[in-house]
Design a protein around this ligand. Sequence first.
Ligand code: HEC
Length: 173
Amino acid sequence: MPSPFYAAMSDADVKAIVAYLRTIKPVKNVIPKSEYYIPLPANYGPKVGSVPEISKDDPVAYGEYLAHSLGHCTECHTPVVEGHTDFNLLNAGGRILPNVSGLGFTAVSRNITPHPETGIGQWTDEEIKRAITKGISRDGRELLNVMAFSYYDKMSDEDIDALVAYLRSVPPL
Ligand code: HEC
């Protein structure tokens, strides 16, 4: 779970998710223990205090919140260099996702900065939204089913507009 990203979720959003989890019908399902082939971190960073609600008045700041803490777009779309997410290359793509969900393919995330040649700088807003919510790239190619397109498709228009405003605001790489 991308806990370091979720750590920046606002108190109100975390509470809403907990409230939702409490409404789910209990289902008995015995699950085997996880097996880890890597040393686990001692913890996931310092304890989180209180995170205030993020205002929707500033679409870029709100879009950043959606892309980072809720949608964790920035996690998948930032490369890992020597075992660590390299935030100097924020949103520049190139993260390798081997054997996604055991489906037998390796996906490489794309550059979603506004760079005109290697990123999405020349894409229209509609093309960006279509990629996120329908999984179709600018050239009409169907994207590998790695991103949760069908879930992102349920975002409100206001939220997806904020997401696009944020993506347009980051440095082109
Ligand atoms: C689980 C990892 C993951 C997450 C989370 C994720 N993406 Fe992606 N995304 C990918 C991969 C991998 C591709 C490339 C798939 C392919 O090439 O078929 C991609 C493709 C894209 C594309 C199309 C780029 C192109 O050149 O075709 C856009 C735009 C995009 N993602 C934006 C986002 C946004 C915005 C979010 C958050 C709302 C997000 N992604 C979340 C992994 C992810």
